[in-house]
Write a protein of this length. Structure first.
Lengths: 239, 412
């Protein structure tokens, strides 16, 4: 059963008289529990695709079904709730709140949820443990390393136990060792907790941690294939 | 989003840039402090004036010639000559005004007094011996004018302390003769320094028997006022009715709207003065309130800057599930917290200043000034500053809430 299903998806930006076609007819399905990497050079449209899939932006044409519904089936409030409950986002730039503790950052999506406040601390702690940062829970995020910050962002994305995790270049700002730790967590979340993970990256060695790679080039799918041998943490970069 | 968390979030927004926040609320602080100060001092001044009027005793009423002024454009006819000797005789009759205890006719005018080449412009009061009691005038040297002086049209005068200083310097005044309008008047009493008492500064006055004033100085046969004292406060309205009735009979008036005199009680005076001082206070407070609007614009400006600075944060919150309403609430609360904090600091500052000023007025200048905490103005101050927060916070907050999450996340 597909959780994400697109058909001839297009996205066109209009800036004055200039039309930019970023996505030109993208069709694919992603099933529940998959780990998919979307690969492509910068400007290929992979980030735009993620924004459309994450209901952060509207597509221009074609159809996009998330859990069998399109963005037009929802009111703006409902879209916010879907993002809050069903989706988790991890960004390249971490986007943590400054001068705020790890715990408070992880709690952020709970603020906008219907979960009672009495359960927030426990849920946030659980998410922090799952990324291995329980010893840092009360640290200010500015005291953490880049890799730790990205793990806080993952905990934040996880706290509402969403169906799908969207990760937009999560290792882009990290050294290879911290990057690998982050990918390791994503892999475990997929395998052990059954989260659907959609990973945007331009690095092949990162993408190979997924079970399927969709390559995007100039707004179209260039290839869509299963990874023969899924890369594991600790595997050498040169394969 | 839960309100307590919204408030916490908004508070964090404010404390991030402490000095910027402090400067931003300064406009509101000054505006609210100014309002508090104006209202508090206005109330103090009102209490001072009214207290002095009431000090005259609420048993006394004034009969004033001319038609009662109905508004600012309808000036009282001060120089009307409708109050005559026959009215005085009629009012003194027990069967006409049974509740009347005392009545004193009054004439007054600005005159020049001279003594051995020294000249001083003073206010000359023609009254009776009752004046001493009504205004608590007890000479520090000599005596006050007596009933005999009034009956005998005596050429005597009681002078205020400033008049004494100006005309006589340090040499003794008692028994000396001063000249007013070519009439020689013997000084029989000198009043102690009193300062301003209600509307009168007795230091700059001289008092003669009203008969002397009428005959030798003004050359008139009418009065400027009757000061009537009632038996007691409870009977004052009875006294007013009887005085009106008696004077109408004496003047052959049947239609009260054609009255050529009017009666003013202390209560009337207190009421009309209260209206004037309140209007004045309100006007000044309104002027001060303009600075609140200026303060509000300052807050709007900073909120716009803050919304731009925090574009990425807004995008992130939206990506994590914040609705437009959540973002609107957050920024609106922040703006309101700015103005409410400003309001509270302003109230504290304004009250402190008002208190210090009241200390100076009562201790250094010796006025009977009482400090009042302006509760009404404080509540209005908080409400108005909160409203300003909503009004001037709404535009930036709306701007923030309408940001597209994707574009906001991309914002550098």
């Amino acid at each position: 059963m597909s959780i994400i299903s697109t058909k001839n998806l297009t996205k066109t930006y209009i800036d004055g008289d200039v039309e930019t076609k970023v996505l030109r007819g993208v069709t694919f399905n992603i099933k529940r529990g998959e780990f998919v990497a979307v690969m492509g050079p910068s400007g290929s449209g992979k980030s735009t695709l993620l924004h459309v899939l994450g209901f952060l932006d509207r597509h221009t044409d074609g159809t996009y079904l998330f859990e069998d519904k399109t963005i037009d089936d929802y009111t703006p409030e409902e879209i916010a709730h879907v993002r809050n409950k069903r989706m988790g986002f991890v960004f390249q730039a971490f986007n943590l709140l400054a001068r705020t503790t790890v715990l408070e950052n992880v709690k952020l999506p709970l603020l906008y949820s219907k979960i009672p406040e009495s359960e927030w601390d426990a849920l946030a702690q659980k998410a922090i443990i799952s990324v291995g940062l329980s010893h840092r829970a009360n640290y200010d995020t500015s005291q953490l390393s880049g890799g730790e910050r990205q793990r806080v962002a993952i905990a934040r994305a996880l706290v509402n136990n969403p169906e799908v995790l969207f990760a937009d270049e999560p290792t882009g700002n990290l050294d290879s060792k911290s990057g690998e730790a982050v990918i390791d967590i994503l892999q475990r979340l997929n395998e052990e907790s059954g989260h659907t993970v959609i990973l945007i990256t331009h690095e092949i060695h990162t993408a190979e941690h997924a079970r399927r790679i969709i390559r995007i080039l100039d707004g179209q799918i260039a290839s869509d294939e299963v990874v023969e041998k899924q890369r594991r943490p600790g595997d050498s970069k040169l394969k | 989003m839960i309100l307590s968390y919204s408030i916490k979030t908004a508070f964090r927004g404010l404390t991030t840039h402490k000095s910027r926040s402090a400067l931003t609320i300064l406009g509101i602080v000054i505006g609210v402090a100014a309002i508090i100060l104006v209202v508090s001092l206005g109330e103090g001044a009102q209490n001072l004036i009214l207290g002095q009027i009431q000090g005259l005793g609420s048993k006394t009423i004034a009969v004033i010639p001319g038609r009662e002024p109905t508004g600012p454009s309808d000036a009282a006819q001060i120089f009307s000559d409708s109050l005559k000797e026959k009215d005085l005789v009629a009012l003194k009759k027990k069967e006409n005004v049974p509740t009347l205890k005392n009545i004193m006719p009054v004439v007054f005018g600005g005159e020049s007094a001279s003594y051995q080449g020294e000249t001083y412009r003073l206010t000359l009061f023609g009254g009776t011996d009752l004046m001493a009691e009504i205004f608590s005038l007890y000479p520090s040297e000599g005596v006050f004018i007596s009933e005999d002086d009034v009956r005998g049209i005596g050429s005597v005068v009681v002078i205020g302390s400033k008049v004494k200083d100006e005309l006589f310097g340090s040499s003794p005044a008692l028994g000396e003769k001063i000249k007013i309008k070519d009439k020689s008047l013997r000084v029989i009493g000198v009043l102690p320094k009193k300062g301003q008492v209600s509307f009168f500064n007795f230091d700059e006055m001289a008092i003669v028997p009203y008969t002397t004033m009428q005959k030798y100085i003004l050359g008139i046969n009418y009065f400027h006022r009757f000061i009537v004292e009632s038996e007691n406060e409870a009977l004052i309205s009875r006294t007013v009715i009887d005085v009106n009735q008696t004077l109408r009979e004496s003047h052959d008036i049947t239609d009260p709207s054609k009255d050529d005199f009017f009666v003013q009680t202390q209560e009337d005076l207190v009421k009309s003065l209260g209206t004037i001082t309140t209007a004045l206070t309100m006007f000044l407070a309104a002027v001060a309130a303009i600075s609140l609007i200026v303060g509000g614009i300052g807050i709007m400006n900073i909120m716009l800057v803050s919304v731009t600075e925090r574009t990425r944060e807004i995008g992130l919150r939206k990506a994590l599930g914040a609705t437009n309403r959540d973002i609107l609430t957050q920024f609106l609360l922040e703006a309101m917290m700015f103005t409410a904090t400003g309001g509270i600091v302003g109230i504290i500052l304004g009250t402190t200043f008002s208190f210090l000023i009241s200390l100076v007025l009562s201790n250094v200048l010796g006025l009977l000034w009482t400090f009042t905490f302006p509760i009404g103005a404080s509540i209005v101050g908080i409400l108005v500053s909160g409203t300003i927060g909503i009004v001037f916070g709404l535009y930036p907050a709306r701007k923030a809430s309408l940001k597209s999450p994707m574009e906001a996340l991309r914002y550098e």
